[in-house]
Design a protein around this ligand. Structure first.
Ligand code: KIV
Ligand code: ZN
Length: 513
């Protein structure tokens, strides 16, 4: 039997550290459910000690997820580790992941600790964690830039204390594949008890080599866990992309000789959900999940693919979850058909009230759009108004007038905590006029740092527009997403969704510091 490669997803922890990608508890839970459907082995749900919001999110995920191990990050302090253990109490399978920096630069300048102090703290943190759970991962932060002799000393000690996984981060994305692979191999060869732990790779993408470095860590170094994120989400240039690692190992099984437990047909839905939730658009030429990843434009390629698919395709689009845009429902579809389609798409709405709210929205959409695709249904249930009980701001009506050569005008009616509010304004375009109208009454003072529009189903102006708005206010960054066949309406919905998030302060999950 081939060895198994463990897929450790850190979209909800390291991915969330990306500026503007912080998520609410509900958003994290929705993504965690999709990661479970994807069959990832370990979900790093957050950093429980970093804020009450993150504690609650880790706890909710631990209480809900049954098929994947749920993990919380913790600095190498007893207090952080206890908090992680507390959040993970309800998990069927739990892991504590503790870390401390080991590079000379980090120890001296950031931690202001001597190597001996770091050694002792790493050791006692792992000992403390092992008393709380049997599954403990240790990471020497900035491990790749650490002195190899010192690193061997620390890692041998933490394995002695019972660390079951040793993760070697290339925290700043400095590694080169061959060198990183050899680094992991050297550690495994030199540390006498290295066979008592599973070795893991964790690479950042600053030089665009995160996936290559991770795969070299597996092939040359013998690592059997890869830490990665959906769409490569993460700080700066991001983390190792899950979909690329998984498809590389599966497609080139002849070379890697490893099994992965991932249900690859859930990759594209996971990519869409993360992109939609965070507002981070996937570039069209991104491997596996980009809109063009399986599109053949040149005549020669098209001809080849029609004659024999494998002339130009090394993977099948449907194997990673791309579905041809097929019409799934229409205006005459009933509640049962709608409910069944939700189930087939793996969307579990929690209550009958949520299903009813989604079905009402579906009917409204079907009245205006003749063909409803899976993507429309996914966008519809992602709408906050379906899943959150109370929206402070809610769009009621919008009209706008624009004519070439004239300044556009918009009138907006929206609910504010149960009261109805009317506003009108002019703007550079109808979207700008609508946002200005809302802002004239709300006066949030938030700065808009991102506005983007995408067609939900590609290839036609009949598609719904999906708008993402990112607002920044007093150090907080929130995303709002809205979908509608009318992009001015979608923009107003997205803006109000972002205002709702700013309004519900308690819900926000702080990114790891
Ligand atoms: O990049 C890094 O060093 C990390 C550790 C906390 C594992 O994310
Ligand atoms: Zn990292």
């Amino acid at each position: 039997m081939a060895d198994k490669l463990i897929i450790f997803d850190t979209t909800l922890r390291d991915g969330e550290q990306s500026p503007g990608a912080s998520m609410t508890k509900d958003e994290k839970l929705r993504i965690a459910r999709q990661l479970e459907r994807l069959k990832v082995d370990v979900i790093e749900a957050g950093f429980a000690a970093s804020s009450n919001g993150d504690f609650e999110a880790v706890k909710a995920i631990a209480d809900t997820i049954k098929e994947s191990t749920v993990c919380s990050l913790a600095r190498a302090f007893d207090r952080d580790i206890s908090r992680a253990a507390e959040a993970l109490q309800g998990a069927r399978s739990a892991r504590i992941h503790t870390f401390i920096a080991t590079s000379a630069l980090h120890m001296e300048k950031k931690l202001r600790m001597t190597p001996d102090q770091v050694y002792e703290q790493a050791r006692s943190a792992v000992r403390f964690a092992r008393n709380l759970t049997g599954d403990v991962e240790f990471s020497p932060e900035d491990g790749y830039r650490s002195d190899v002799d010192f690193l061997c000393r620390v890692l041998e000690a933490v394995i002695d204390e019972g660390a079951t996984t040793i993760n070697v981060p290339d925290t700043v994305g400095y590694a080169i594949p061959e060198l990183y692979g050899n680094f992991i191999r050297t550690l495994r060869e030199r540390i006498p008890n290295s066979d008592k732990a599973i070795w893991s790779v964790h690479c950042h993408n600053d030089l665009g080599m995160a996936v290559a470095n991770s795969l070299a860590g597996v092939k040359i170094g013998g690592a059997r866990q890869v830490e990665c994120t959906i769409n490569g989400l993460g700080e700066r240039a991001g983390n190792t992309s899950l979909e690329e690692v998984v498809m590389a190992v599966k497609t080139r099984r002849d070379y890697f000789g490893l099994d992965v437990g991932i249900d690859t047909t859930q990759i594209v839905p996971a990519s869409r959900l993360v992109s939609q939730t965070t507002g981070f658009v996937v570039q069209p030429n991104k491997a596996v999940v980009g809109a063009n990843a399986f599109a053949h434009a040149s005549g020669i390629h098209q001809d080849g693919v029609l004659k024999a698919r494998d002339t130009y395709e090394i993977m099948r689009a449907e194997d990673v979850g791309w579905s041809a845009n097929k019409i799934v429902l229409g205006k005459l579809s009933g509640r049962n058909a709608f409910k069944q389609r939700l189930q087939e798409l793996g969307i579990d709405l929690e209550s009958e009230a949520e299903i009813n709210a989604a079905f009402t929205k579906f009917k409204e959409l079907a009245d205006r759009k003749s063909e409803i695709f899976d993507e429309d249904i996914i966008a519809l249930v992602a709408d906050e108004s379906v899943t959150s009980e109370q929206e402070h701001f809610r769009l009621v009506a919008l009209s706008q007038h624009s004519e070439m050569g004239e300044r556009p005008q918009a009138k907006v009616v929206f609910g504010v905590g149960g009261e109805e509010c009317r506003a009108e304004a002019q703007g550079n375009g109808p979207v700008d006029a609508s946002i200005k109208a809302i802002e004239s009454r709300v006066q949030s003072g938030a700065e808009m740092v991102l506005y983007s529009v995408n067609a939900i189903t590609s290839g036609s102006t009949e598609s719904q527009g999906e708008v993402t708005v990112r607002l920044q206010l007093g150090g907080r960054v929130v995303n709002g997403v809205g979908a509608d066949p009318d992009i001015v309406v979608a923009s107003a919905k997205a803006y109000l969704a972002a205002l709702n998030k700013l309004h519900s302060k308690a819900e926000r999950v702080a990114a790891q510091g």
